[in-house]
Design a protein around this ligand. Structure first.
Ligand code: ADP
Ligand code: MG
Length: 742
């Protein structure tokens, strides 16, 4: 990807089957300057990566338009456009289904014997069928025509071929009935078949679009969370303004029971906020001055004033929506295979239909022509690959949407697909299995100047971002009387080891045993026992030295998360191994591991080596998930097959990890893996039904039942079966919504 490459996602309207999507995708890929294009039928989104020097957004719009579809490049409107269009399409489909349904009913009942001759007149039947064929069925002709112009075929081609054969054959029969009769040929017309097929396919479409709208309900629900207005300070008054007018830096008032309008910081007051809509966490979170609040969450008890920090597309909610949409539009590997199969499907089916006709004309019983014609129509109608095209994307949309609701943000379809294969989960220790809130439990000083030690400790560790540094600074604050500020020079944070600096011309080292030994600081023999005891308790031992002399030792404890043991247990039940990876020393790591029920511990691994360690584990476990905090574990996370970030919703984690847990709750790890398994199972069911439907029914349509049972499939039933297959796939995907994966 060169730096000129830009990537955009836009809504495409006018698609009515999966092959439309693959045709548009092919056209976009062929457009000059386009590196990658992906068109998803299920959510009607196209994602295109292109070189902005060689092609423009306008070129892309034109490419889409040349096929007879419309690209809506301006994302703000896209949601509304999709919504209104869907409503319009559903409305017009409904009318067409009702009208052509009624006409088909009349046509079919005209076959009842004993009706007055006039009702069975072929001319009347012709008259009744024509609006169904060309008014209700117009969309199929348009679709087939735009395919033909680009020398491709699609589902519409099949419907048009099948029904037109029935219709025009019948027309010919009506016009030439005299001649046919005198030649001793039958004069049966098939108007009702054509009308019924069109009605069923339209009905299937109608149900499919309605159900498809529900697969994207997660996005709609997220959008609805947004507050519509905010109370803003203007002069001395609070005024209610539309949310779009809020700017970063504005002072906002949020009363109890109101939604937090945008992301920001509490400046006055305190309250409890229900964040469940974003994180899934059911307990309200206490918020004080200085705490961050997230837009769309619900303020419960107190009245607060907040400063707007992130507004519009920058808010956490907007980011979540964007990522969920992107993920829903992305394609997993399994879909690439299905796409490939579908692209051969239509031409193959047309070939089979012709073959069927020829076979019947060759070997069929007399009168050969009618069963040959009927069987050909049946093949064209029944073999439509629409169910195949819907199988994967609909399940994915429901699965990813369900994840977002549970507080699991899945960044792409591939992560969701891969996650079901995970055999080992590697957990970072600090902040993942543990609370990440270390506290100094034990301290031992080897110098009388307690004052100096705490001042040095504070001055140096204040410069480090390591969680342990925070614990040491807190300890120093509690134990120092005079808060003298010391000047620190040459500060260095040695990742995975400790920190060093020069203060008052004295060399200060603070870090683990190895770090001190590497710098030739010897540990007094007398403290070895203490160290062992602390480690056995699961405390991390940190040493401080001053000019080569150990001056203090701290035992720091970081309590395990309450849910950690249950998480490793439920992973074990799923047949997944839990592994701990940490930079901390072996004994401490082992002590913590035994508390959470992990037997495989990889300790004393430097941050830079964590990545290599993951790669080595690959030999043992083919698919590995890594759970970390997403910030300092980034390289290791990137190496794992699935990265799960305990983001608590930080932007960095959301962008980098395949899966982000929106609240710091590792019990979401097994939930995410189970969601992946459930989604993949659902996709497989869909594919199985879609394929077996075709494999079983194509031979039936060709007339396989005829030689044995003398049964020839009625084309009306072929139409019904085709409609049913698409609808059943979408309904099965929706079932995923209600599956309990806890
Ligand atoms: P983890 O893998 O558990 O997150 P790290 O790799 O970040 O651990 O750190 C490993 C060890 O290095 C810590 O357990 C600690 O002993 C030492 N260390 C790292 N940074 C600091 C620091 N700022 N102050 C004191 N000790 C540190
Ligand atoms: Mg860490």
């Amino acid at each position: 990807m060169s730096n000129k490459d830009t990537s955009i996602s836009f809504h495409v309207s006018g698609m009515h089957c999966a092959s439309c999507a693959s045709n548009i995708q092919r056209k976009l890929k062929k457009t000059k300057g386009v590196a990658e294009a992906n068109v998803n039928y299920a959510n009607e989104q196209a994602t295109v990566t292109f070189n902005s020097d060689q092609t423009s957004e306008e070129d892309l719009t034109k490419a889409v338009a040349s096929l007879g579809y419309t690209a809506h490049l301006h994302t703000d409107e896209a949601g509304d456009v999709a919504e209104t269009e869907r409503a319009l399409e559903l409305g017009s489909l409904k009318t067409k289904v009702i009208v052509s349904g009624l006409l088909s009913l009349i046509l079919i009942s005209s076959m009842i014997p004993g009706l007055p001759e006039i009702l069975r007149s072929p001319w009347l039947l012709w008259l009744l069928t024509t609006p169904v064929q060309f008014w209700a069925g117009r969309r199929f002709y348009l679709g087939a025509w735009s395919g033909l112009k680009n020398l491709t075929t699609n589902m519409d081609t099949l419907v048009v071929l099948g029904t037109s054969v029935a219709y025009f054959y019948s027309v010919a029969v009506v016009i030439f009935s005299q001649q046919l009769m005198s030649a001793g040929l039958t004069t049966h017309v098939y108007f009702e078949a054509s009308a019924a097929i069109i009605t069923f396919v339209l009905l299937g479409k109608y149900l499919e679009i309605r159900a498809k709208a529900q697969t994207s309900s997660a996005i709609k629900e997220l959008l609805n969370l947004q507050a519509k207005t905010a109370w803003i300070k203007q002069g001395n008054d609070w005024v209610e303004v539309p949310i779009d007018l809020v700017q970063p830096g504005d002072l906002l008032l949020v009363k109890p029971g109101q939604k937090i309008p945008v992301d920001g910081e509490v400046v006055v007051g305190e309250t409890a906020v229900d964040e469940s809509m974003i994180t899934g966490e059911s307990l309200p979170i206490a918020k004080h001055v200085g705490d961050l609040v997230v837009g769309a969450t619900l303020n419960q008890s107190g009245s607060i004033q907040m400063k707007a920090v992130k507004v519009g597309s920058q808010t956490m909610l907007a980011n979540i929506i964007r990522l969920v949409k992107q993920a829903q539009g992305s394609k997993p590997a399994i879909q690439a295979l299905v796409d490939k199969i579908s692209s051969y499907f239509v031409p193959v089916v047309i070939g089979l239909a012709v073959l069927t006709f020829v076979m019947w004309m060759w070997w069929g019983p007399e009168p050969k022509f009618l069963p040959a014609l009927i069987s050909m129509i049946n093949v064209l109608i029944i073999a439509c690959p629409c169910a195949l095209g819907l199988a994967t994307p609909t399940s994915l949309m429901v699965g990813i949407g369900k994840g977002a609701k549970l507080g699991i943000l899945i960044k792409d379809a591939q992560s969701l697909e891969t996650a079901h294969l995970v055999k080992a989960v590697v957990f970072d220790k600090t902040g993942t299995l543990t609370e990440g809130k270390p506290v100094v439990q034990t301290s031992q000083l080897f110098s009388d100047d307690k004052q100096l030690i705490s001042n040095l400790l504070k001055a140096v560790e204040e410069l480090s971002y390591h969680p342990l540094a925070g614990a040491l600074v807190n300890w120093a604050d509690e134990h120092s009387g005079s808060k003298k500020k010391l000047q620190v020079i040459n500060f260095q944070d040695v990742s995975g080891s400790g920190v060093k600096a020069l203060v008052n011309q004295q060399k200060v080292f603070i870090g683990n045993q190895k770090f001190l030994q590497d710098h030739k600081v010897a540990l007094p023999q007398a403290i070895v026992k203490t160290i062992e005891q602390l480690k056995a308790k699961g405390q991390t031992v940190v040493f401080m030295s001053l000019d080569g002399q150990v001056t203090a030792l701290f035992g720091i404890a970081d309590g395990i998360r309450k849910s950690s043991p249950a998480v490793t247990r439920s992973l074990q039940k799923m047949g997944i191994t839990s592994i701990m990876l940490t930079g901390d020393n072996k004994q401490t790591a082992k002590a913590i591991a035994s508390q959470v029920g992990i037997s495989q511990v990889l300790a004393e691994v430097l941050p830079a080596d964590k990545e290599k360690t993951i790669r080595q584990l690959r030999g043992q476990y083919p698919v590995i998930a890594m759970v970390g905090d997403g910030i300092n574990d980034a390289p290791a996370l990137a190496t794992a097959d699935i990265s799960i970030a305990m983001g608590g919703g930080t932007d960095a984690a959301m962008e980098s990890a395949g899966i982000t847990l929106l609240r710091s709750d590792i019990s979401l790890v097994p939930t995410a893996l189970k969601l992946s398994q459930a989604t993949m199972r659902n996709i497989r069911q869909n594919l199985f039904w879609a394929f077996s439907y075709n494999i079983i029914l194509i031979p039936v349509a060709m007339g396989a039942l005829y030689p044995v049972f003398g049964i020839l499939l009625n084309p009306v039933l072929a139409g019904a079966a085709m409609a049913f297959s698409s609808v059943s796939v979408v309904l099965n995907a929706l079932r995923l919504k209600t599956i309990n994966i806890k």
